[in-house]
Design a protein around this ligand. Structure first.
Ligand code: SF4
Ligand code: F3S
Length: 78
């Protein structure tokens, strides 16, 4: 799945949610999160984010790897 990281915090541009064909990007507090089970890996959100906050989960920069868990945990167990 794709993952949103720290550049989204307090920016929350929201264009990613418009681009997403399956509406799997959710707002929560200071940033948005991608539901790892609902994301179909289309990559359409990647290029529209003005602050480059979104990464494919196998290519996340090292300093942002923990955001994979942050996105996952936002949606809770199951
Ligand atoms: Fe939505 Fe596609 Fe981005 Fe996944 S990769 S969050 S399905 S736009
Ligand atoms: Fe955040 Fe970028 Fe989407 S700033 S809300 S990940 S377009």
């Amino acid at each position: 799945a794709y993952v949103i990281a720290d550049p989204c915090i307090d920016v929350k541009d929201g264009d990613c949610t418009v681009a997403c064909p399956v509406d799997c990007i959710y707002e929560g507090g200071r940033m948005f999160y991608i539901h790892p089970g609902e994301c179909i890996n289309c990559g359409l959100c990647l290029s529209v984010c003005p602050v480059d906050a979104i990464s494919w989960d196998e290519e996340i920069p090292q300093h942002r790897v923990h955001f994979k868990a942050v996105n996952h945990d936002f949606f809770g167990p199951g």
